[in-house]
Structures are given as C-alpha cells and as structure tokens.
Ligand binder design. Structure first.
Ligand code: PLP
Length: 451
C-alpha cells in the first residue's frame, strides 16, 4: 500500500486520506501534493472536514462552471426529475426513473432537441444536427471517432494534434499525446501544434505563418492519400499545458478537412460552456466542426457528455453500436437541461468576461516572481495555465496555495498550474482569491529557499 500524503493539524482529513489509501488504488487520482479532502462546497468554495475554506480555482476539473451546488440549477434539476412534485407510491416515489435503458423518455428528447437548437443558433453550429450521448468525455470522443471511421472503412487514418488530451480510454487514448507514447494505434498520425507561438499571453498578437503546418498536412496527404478520413483537435491544448493557438492554425486544419473530405472533430469537452469567452469554442475560433464533443461543464457536475454533429455521420452506426448503460439516462438529461436553462436565463458569459480581465492581470503580475516562466490563456475566457520553472516548484506552489486557501489541481504537463475558477466568481471573490493565490506563490518561494 502506498503511504498516504498527510498534513499536520488535519486529523479528520488525514483519517480520510488513510482510508482512501487502504481501500482505493493510487492510480484513481492524478498526483497532487495537497490530497485535499473536501467535505462540502458552495459556489466558488470548498470546505475541508476541519472547516478550512478553499477557493476552488479548478471548478472540479473545469466542470462546475456555474459553481458548486447553484441553487437555481439544483431547483431546475429537481423539477426536471420530478422530485419536487413526486407523489407517493407506497415505499416509492413516482417520479422520473433514474435509469431507462432501451426506452425513450420525453426528458431525453427534450435535452437532445434543446442542445441541437442551442448549438445551431451559434455561428458555426450549422452541421450539428443530432446528439450521440455518453457519460464521460473519453466515451463521447470514442463514439465520435467510431462514427467518423464507420462512414467509410477504407478511410481508416486519423490525424490528431500532438500533445492533445482526449481522455485515456480506448480510441480517445489513441489520439492523445504523441508518437512517443507506448503502443500507438497504427491508424493515428500526429500533426504539430504551434506551442512555441502561443507559449505566453504576450505573444497573442504576433503574426502567425501557417505554411509549415499546411506543408505538414500536405506531406501526410502525399503519404496516405484517401486513407486520411478524420482529423481531431482540441480548440486549445488543455491537459497538454494550456496552449491557446492563433485562429489561423485551426482554420488551416479545418480547410484541409474541407478540401480533402476529412471529418473535422472538435473536442470541446473542456472548453464548452464558457471557458473560451463564448458558450462554445467553435464560436470563439470561427470554426464549423462536423462533430463537436461536449462534456464536463455540460452537466455542471453530473457525469454526462455528447458528440453532436452531422446526421449522415450519426447514421453510419446501426442499432446498439453507440449504446451503453448510462448514455442518455434521465439524470444526465435533466442536468443538461438545467445547464442550458441557466445559460439562457442570465448572462453568465458577460460576467465571466468581466472578471477574466482581472484574473489575467493578476496572473500576469505573477510573472515578476522568479518561479513563474509564462502565463497563457483564453482572451476574455476563464482558463489559463501558469508555467512554473520546474516540476518541484510547481508542486510546492500547489501546496503553498492550499495552505493559503486556494485549491489548485496538480500540475499539468509536469509544471503548468491550471487556473479555471467557476464563471460565476464575484468581483470581490476574484480580488480576495488573487491575493491569496499570490501569497501562496510567494510562500512557496520562501519555503523553497529560492531567490
Ligand atoms: C479536451 C478533453 N477531452 C476529453 C477529456 C476526457 O474526458 P473524461 O475524463 O471525462 O473521459 C478531457 C478530460 O480532461 C479533456 O480535457
């Protein structure tokens, strides 16, 4: 058994950490030096069992975009499930079932229809005609790729952006990372992503030359010809270290797909529901995907995901080929409807754009510290990466921020700290949390004995 990471003066949290180490494998979690134990949450806050309050700068992992347990979202969710008006039926409640495999519910159809309507109403959403539900991001990616491959079995090659993250399972794992990883799927080829060109916010307005990327795509076309059938990319590299590309790069990929009849899949599992300043990243980047993959913020905490796209691609799979126990279950659909209602009924995005500027200014100020190398992120969005000098400094900073009162994820790509608070953080919470964050960064430097 791996000994648990314990922290002084946290008796209750430590007991929970010890139980977790006894009954769960460590592989269940990605590494973080905090091993924060969360007992309850509200809005932008978590509380530990000791009552220590933490600003949640992660939103789960970009999931709780509307904050934790938002009152009006919860009420809508409850109403859609019929719990708030449930009649007694002996020992049971008469309400929406929590599972309805191999049946159709009005709730599910309503969620599909509303999601398509919302997507099609956005610029670039015209191809998004039907919804293939799933329960996790990687499952929806897998289903999107299944559909693209099934369109024409002779076009079996998939292009994926190098160092992208699409999940760990199955085909989603196969298109993640790079050719350096073990056991590559021979159908997948990786294409370069302009990481250097977007290594820091200060490079945002630099001119960008797509020719290198276009040449790379043309070379692959020479090599594989019509076997190239699908291209998948994230709008920005999320798990790969928060690299937010110039629009021209993504346009270059999309044009290649159009010119050569490749299915263009945009993985918005992380970006959707407001992280890139608009509701969807395809709007922000001016794209028109054949399939868009949604997840995380879609259910604001309920595990639900979806691949949404062209009807003809959806039709390439037959009965049962995209089905599983949880897809389109009522709990998921109720959560999606509640999320869509919330974004429709108040201008969450106008608010988040306002606080975005403040957060970005606060993060850019951190570059004065010797531990911080780069800051990257979405202009007017709610997702950044702070690249630290090295992995050790990054981990020390995560721990120091925890002690200062800010919850961060363990570093991405070894040394990049993800900043992704809920979109609903107030101005006052923004100011206070930035002060605490800076305290954490400074404490890590003092403790580490750096200059
Ligand atoms: C862009 C992107 N795609 C796919 C996934 C996989 O989602 P899940 O962990 O729900 O399988 C993630 C998860 O972080 C992601 O960021």
């Amino acid at each position: 058994m791996t000994p648990p990471l314990l922290h002084p003066r946290e008796p209750k949290s430590n007991a929970t950490r010890e139980s977790a180490a006894q009954f769960e494998p460590r592989s269940l979690r990605t590494y973080t030096p905090t091993q924060a134990v969360i007992a309850r949450s509200a809005g932008v806050f978590h509380w530990t069992p000791e009552g220590k309050r933490l600003y949640d700068y992660t939103s789960g992992v970009l999931v709780a975009n509307l904050g934790h347990n938002p009152r009006s979202w919860m009420k809508r969710f409850n109403d859609y499930m019929g719990w708030s008006r449930a009649e007694d039926h002996g020992e049971f409640f008469q309400a929406m079932a929590m599972t309805t495999y191999n049946a159709v519910t009005p709730l599910e159809v309503e969620a599909s229809r509303r999601l398509v309507e919302v997507l099609q109403a956005r610029p670039g959403g015209t191809r998004l005609e039907q919804v293939m539900w799933a329960a996790s991001g990687s499952e929806a990616i897998q289903k999107a790729l299944w559909m693209a491959l099934a369109r024409d079995r002779t076009r079996d090659m998939i292009l994926a952006t190098r160092f992208g993250f699409h999940g760990k399972k199955g085909l989603a794992g196969a298109v993640t990372g790079s050719e350096q990883d073990r056991e590559r799927d021979p159908r997948v080829r990786f294409i370069s992503f302009p990481m250097q060109e977007c290594a820091d916010v200060s490079l945002r307005n630099q001119p960008f030359d797509v020719s290198r990327y276009r040449d790379e795509l043309e070379a692959l076309k020479q090599q594989f010809g019509r076997r190239l059938g699908t291209l998948i990319t994230e709008p920005y590299l999320g798990g790969g270290g928060s690299y937010h590309p110039p629009k021209e790069y993504l346009h270059c990929l999309q044009s290649f797909c159009r010119d050569n009849d490749l299915v263009f899949i945009l993985d918005e599992v992380q970006a959707n529901f407001g992280r890139t300043r608009d509701l969807f990243a395809f709007e922000t980047y001016g794209l028109e995907p054949d399939l868009v993959v949604l997840g995380k913020g879609l259910g604001n905490g309920v595990p639900v995901s979806a691949a949404v796209g062209r009807r003809d691609l959806m039709a390439s799979l037959d009965y049962g080929e995209g089905s599983d126990t949880w897809s389109a279950n009522p709990l998921c659909c109720a959560s999606v409807l509640a999320t869509l209602d919330e974004f429709a009924s108040r201008d969450v995005l106008a608010h988040s754009r306002k606080i975005s500027a403040k957060i970005e200014a606060g993060l850019v100020r951190l570059k004065e510290l010797p531990s911080v190398v780069h800051v990257r992120g979405e202009r007017e969005g709610m997702v950044w990466g702070v690249e630290m000098r090295d992995a050790e400094t990054a981990n020390q900073t995560v721990l120091a921020c925890y002690h200062a009162g800010v919850h961060l994820l363990g570093p991405l790509a070894k040394k990049v700290l993800r900043i992704s608070p809920p979109l609903v953080m107030t101005e006052q919470e923004t100011s206070e949390s930035l002060t605490l964050l800076e305290q954490g960064f400074r404490q890590a430097i003092e403790q580490g004995g750096h200059r």
